[in-house]
Design a protein around this ligand. Structure first.
Ligand code: KE4
Length: 428
């Protein structure tokens, strides 16, 4: 595959931006080689600057649920853009967006738009601290909630990929207020609550984890956290930046029937434009400025062009009750196909999936938490990644990330993917 132009661009980029990228996981650090630069995408297919085409399995890390350049979304953005991109004033689009989120996610009674998942999560813990008057938070090893200081403790995603779960620059003063527990371990959470009486403001988690690779909640785990939060007066925050509107129209909370006090959103909610949101119980959200004493603000929050993309995405979701059934069927075919290929070869892998999110861990299963995920053979994963890339499939460039299937994937794409995996595994 000729990737000459990408190489030249990366050579230049490396002197201009840290690692040549604007987000670490794009740099291929854990899989070797240099990143390819994309020029365009349509439906399920990416085209790089050298004209190579790839079946897209990251979909911008989740946003492109309906495939790239979905005509209705493109048109909505074009129509909004001609009226200027941002006013810094209230607009009707923000009212429409808030109504859509509240209609789709029963646990959300009031919502605030921001510009990224990171802004959503750091705002959510601030309002949880303001609402409870308590300072500590509990997060789970391997969960990633964006790059806010409080979360870069035993974080997942890029932090886990580089084996530096604790980031430099995070002060001890901040770190001491973040307690961590293994995912799926209710007993440790209870111990933390008992050992820190009246000090824990919030428990925040990915209700289905994408950022240590895909890890599902064990039966009873989410409800167990709900019960502990009720018992100890702790705000339960579901970080649905990745799972929101992807696992169901009401995210993971809709799928598992457990209602958090606050939810955070991103990715799908902007359809690829910079949008985040946080929301939940009215009595908590009314603490947020200017109605309450918890300050949070943003110049471009709720800007009309991003809202046009997000509103169109959510309306397309709302109007298509079969969407998640189709995604489940396509993703299940892919999971079964990939598992069969590895099993025929006798290669030990653990394929974890929830809806249209999945990960192939290069280790024996089960993978239920950070410790078990870390057993995965990242060298073998890197070989698998590079071999797939050379066959025109673009998976996440890290063992500790999820793959995402878009609704633009059809029989042809599934056949192409399984053929590529078969070819790769044959040579392993
Ligand atoms: P952003 O600030 O990147 O919009 O969202 C942060 C975030 C928060 N919560 C969850 C559950 C997330 O998955 C994310 C971001 N996810 C990563 C993918 N692992 C984004 C990719 C990247 O960092 O470039």
């Amino acid at each position: 595959m000729n990737t000459e132009t990408s190489q030249k661009l990366f050579e230049e980029a490396r002197h201009l931006m840290p690692g040549g990228v604007n987000s670490p996981v794009r740099a291929f650090k854990s899989v070797g080689g240099n990143p390819v630069f994309m020029k365009s995408a349509s439906g399920a297919w990416l085209t790089d600057v050298d004209g190579n085409r790839y079946l897209d399995l990251i979909n911008s890390w989740g946003p492109m649920l309906l495939g790239h350049a979905r005509p209705e979304v493109v048109q909505a953005v074009q129509e909004a853009a001609i009226h200027s991109f941002s006013f810094g004033t209230p607009t009707s689009a923000e009212v429409e967006m808030a109504n859509l989120i509240i209609a789709l996610v029963p646990g959300v009674e009031m919502v605030r738009m921001v510009n990224s998942g990171t802004e959503a999560t750091l705002s959510a813990i601030r309002v949880a601290r303001g609402f409870t008057g308590k300072e500590k938070i509990i997060k789970f090893e391997g969960c990633y909630h964006g790059h806010g200081d409080s979360f870069l403790i035993a974080a997942g995603s890029g932090a886990m990929t580089f084996g530096v779960p604790d980031s430099q620059g995070v002060t001890n003063a901040v770190a001491k207020d973040t307690l961590t527990a293994p995912y799926n371990d209710l007993e440790t959470v209870k111990q933390l609550l008992v050992n820190n009486p009246d000090q824990v403001a919030a428990i925040i988690l990915e209700p289905v984890v994408g950022n240590m690779g895909l890890v599902n909640p064990e039966p009873g785990f989410l409800q167990g956290l709900r019960d502990l939060c009720d018992e100890y007066g702790v705000v339960l925050i579901f970080d649905e930046v990745m799972t929101g509107f992807r696992l169901s129209a009401a995210g993971a909370q809709g799928l598992f029937g457990v209602r958090p006090d606050l939810s955070t959103f991103g990715k799908v909610i902007g359809g690829g434009l910079p949008v985040g949101a946080y929301g939940g119980r009215r009595e908590i959200m009314e603490k947020v400025s200017p109605s309450g004493p918890v300050y949070q603000a943003g110049t471009l929050s709720g800007n009309p062009v991003a809202m046009a993309a997000g509103i169109t995405m959510l309306k397309l979701i709302q109007a298509d009750p079969e969407l998640y059934t189709r995604l489940e069927q396509k993703s299940s075919s892919i999971e079964i196909g990939i598992s069969e290929i590895f099993s025929e070869k006798g290669l030990p892998v653990c394929v974890n999936r929830c809806g249209s999110m999945f990960t192939v861990f290069f280790c024996e299963g089960p993978v239920r938490n950070y410790t078990e995920a870390k057993k995965a053979d990242t060298i073998r994963f890197a070989q698998y990644f590079q071999a797939l890339l050379s066959r025109g499939v673009y998976p996440a460039p890290s063992q500790f990330e999820a793959m995402f299937i878009s609704d633009a994937v059809g029989e042809k794409e599934i056949a192409f993917l399984l053929e590529a995996v078969r070819g790769v595994v044959k040579d392993m």
